[in-house]
Design a protein around this ligand. Sequence first.
Ligand SMILES: [Zn+2]
Ligand SMILES: [Zn+2]
Length: 175
Amino acid sequence: MTVEPSVISTGIWLLTALLTTLAMEGWAALLHGRVWHRSLWKLHRSHHRAHAGAWEANDALSLLHVPIAVVLIVYGLRATPSLTQEITLGVGLGMTCFGGLYLLFHDGLVHGRLPMKWALRFRIPRLWVAAHHLHHTGGRAPYGFFYVPKSVRDRVREAQQIPVRSPRLTLTTTR
Ligand SMILES: [Zn+2]
Ligand SMILES: [Zn+2]
C-alpha cells in the first residue's frame, strides 16, 4: 500500500501544528514569568490593574507573535513543497491555534472580554480560571495558563478557589 504524498505532507504540518500549540504554552509561560514580569513590567502592569478601557497596553505583548505567525503561514502556503515548507506552515498554524485559544480562554473567559461564560460548565476551564486567579492575586507563578501542574492544583484547592457556580470573571487586582 502506498501512501499519497499529500497525506504525508498533511500529516507533517498537522503534527507540527499540534506540537507547536503545546510548546507555545511553555514558551508563553517563560516569557510571562521571565520577561513580562521583569523587563517589560511597565507594559504588562496594565494587565494587572483595574482599567476602564477595552484595550490595555499589555495587548501589545499579546499581539507580538501575530506578524511572525502570518509570515510563517504565508511562506508555508506559497513556498515550493518540501519538509521545511510543511514544518513552517505547521509552526505558523500552531502559533495561531495557541493564540486563538489564549484569546478565548484567558482574555475572553477569565477577564470577561468575550462572551465565554458558557465554558464554566466544564471543570477544566473552571480550573484555568482559578489557577489564573492565583497569578493575579499573588503576582507570581503560575505564569502558564493551560497547563496546571499539581502544585498549582493543590494551591487552588487550598485556597478553595475552584469556582463552582459563580466565579469572579473580572480580575483587577494588582501585582
Ligand atoms: Zn502577569
Ligand atoms: Zn490575566
